[in-house]
Structure formats: structure tokens, C-alpha cells
Design a protein around this ligand. Structure first.
Ligand SMILES: [Fe+2]
Length: 286
């Protein structure tokens, strides 16, 4: 009997500038070619797909996926990062920073997230309709059922709470939705992988300047998120945000930081999942 193995490629933080940087697009085409030549079953991209929250750059990215016949639920999973949803330059403008209209700012944020869900709806719902976070995706590969639990960690820009727009937070509505008994039921018997943008550890170095930087980048309620991930028996969590290719443990779960395509366009993280529930992870250089 041949043992079933499912191979998942994971990369992150592309920071694409759309048609303004053709060489970047060529590098992405080359990475996708390399992943497809190696016959990976699925690709996960954990946020910061584009750099300046310009929706036209998402469409540019989608066209690249389309050229590689990758625009389907079975083939690709994407999640937004802060650079996808927050235009920092816009938020930092003097009139905007001092504008106390937080409700308006949150509305704009929700609209932007909704736009992401519309553009990438077919990778979330499978029927081309607009998706919504959180969502789960169950894919069957022979005897192995693979499930992705995908949630948004991007927190709206706020001049005191989130001055660089880079802090993360999973809303109580999303955590609640994931705790619905139907979710655990749907995940039963699956190898479960969590996907989001922000990190589950602090990348501190001990220098005061870095500690301040850590605060601006952290996933604020990561302990609560890890608790829910454990309840859902998530085996591996994939993220990006900190541009480091790295694995570590948090809350008893194996975490993989997919690094940054923007800084190294020829490296990605590979997961090899076996039907007996074991797995291996490695970073591949192409
Ligand atoms: Fe990020």
C-alpha cells in the first residue's frame, strides 16, 4: 500500500507593487513555476500580498495566479496582512490622524476587508461568491483529509493603539465563530492547519528600541487565539509578518513563519503531511 503524502507550499509577505514593478512579478512567476514543477498539492500565502493596500494590486496578483491555473479553492489559500488592508500613508495624514471619527475608520477597514473577500472569494467559498473571515476549508486527498482554519488578524489603524497599523488582533466575533460546535465537527478526522498573518511569539532581542518595535508588531490576544487553536486541535499554524523563515513552538503547537518573498523570492516553506498524522517541515531554496 502506498502511503498518502500531501505537500503544501507556504510563502508570505510578497509586498507586491503591481504593474509598477515587473521584475517582482517575474520573480513570483518563477517561484510559482518551481512550486508547480515539484507538484505541490496546495499553496498558502499568509498575507501582505501587496504593499500599499491598493486593490488594483490584488487584481494584478490574481492574474498571475490565473496564468498558473491556481485560482481555485483546492489549490490556493490566502489571508490578508496589514499592508493589504491599511494604507498607512493615508491614515497618517494630519487631518486623518486627528480625526476622532473611529466608527468611520472602522467602517472603511471593514469595507476594505470585504473587498479582499470579494476579489478572492473563489479561494474562500469555492463558488465565486464573496467569502468572510473566519472560514474553514476541508480538502480530501485520498485517505488524508486536510483542513485549513483561516482567520483575519489585521487590526484597524488607531493613532494610540495601533500607530503603525502593524499590531494584530482577532476579534471576539471571529473567535466566537471558530468556537461554534459545528466547526469542531467539520474538522473531525482532519489534519488541521491554522493560517493567519501575525506571529505567535515576540521576536525580542533585549534592546529597548526592539522592544518598542515588538509592541507595534504583536498579535495582541495571541494567548486567546492559541487556546482556540488548541480546542480545534490545530497541528500547525502558518503565518508571516516578521520577515523571517523560522519554526518555533507556541501553546504546544508547531508554528511556521513563512518569511518574506519580498526579501528572498527563491525560498519557501514546505510541509509534507502523511496519512498516519505525522509531518515534516523544511525550507526549500529553488
Ligand atoms: Fe505584516
Amino acid at each position: 500500500m502506498i502511503e498518502q503524502t500531501v505537500n503544501v507550499a507556504h510563502f508570505s509577505d510578497l509586498h507586491l507593487s503591481g504593474s509598477r514593478d515587473r521584475s517582482q512579478a517575474e520573480r513570483l512567476e518563477r517561484l510559482l513555476d518551481a512550486v508547480q514543477e515539484r507538484q505541490y498539492d496546495h499553496i498558502v500565502i499568509s498575507g501582505d500580498i501587496i504593499d500599499t493596500a491598493d486593490s488594483r494590486d490584488w487584481v494584478f496578483f490574481r492574474r498571475i495566479l490565473e496564468r498558473h491555473q491556481l485560482c481555485s479553492l483546492e489549490k490556493v489559500t490566502v489571508v490578508p496582512g496589514n499592508h493589504d488592508l491599511i494604507n498607512l500613508e493615508e491614515e497618517m495624514r494630519f487631518y486623518n490622524a486627528l480625526n476622532p471619527d473611529f466608527a468611520g475608520r472602522k467602517r472603511r477597514f471593514r469595507r476594505k476587508l470585504g473587498e479582499f473577500c470579494e476579489i478572492f472569494g473563489d479561494l474562500m467559498t469555492g463558488d465565486g461568491s464573496a467569502g468572510e473571515f473566519p472560514f474553514i476549508k476541508v480538502l480530501k486527498f485520498g485517505s488524508l483529509s486536510l483542513a485549513f482554519v483561516v482567520f483575519n488578524t489585521v487590526y484597524p489603524w488607531m493613532h494610540t493603539e495601533n500607530p503603525l497599523g502593524a499590531r494584530g488582533y482577532v476579534s471576539s466575533a471571529e473567535l466566537h465563530a471558530l468556537q461554534h460546535p459545528e466547526v469542531a465537527e467539520a474538522l473531525e478526522g482532519c489534519f488541521v492547519i491554522g493560517v493567519c498573518h501575525h506571529a505567535f511569539r515576540i521576536y525580542e532581542t533585549g534592546f529597548p528600541i526592539d522592544q518598542a518595535f515588538d509592541w507595534t508588531m504583536e498579535l495582541i490576544n495571541r494567548t486567546d487565539v492559541l487556546k482556540v487553536m488548541n480546542e480545534l486541535q490545530v497541528r500547525i499554524l502558518l503565518h508571516g509578518h516578521f520577515h523571517r523563515f523560522q519554526t518555533y513552538m507556541a501553546g504546544g503547537i508547531q508554528i511556521v513563519n513563512g518569511g518574506s518573498f519580498h526579501y528572498n523570492a527563491s525560498r519557501f516553506s514546505a510541509l509534507h503531511l502523511h496519512a498516519d498524522g505525522t509531518f515534516e517541515q523544511q525550507f526549500i531554496d529553488v
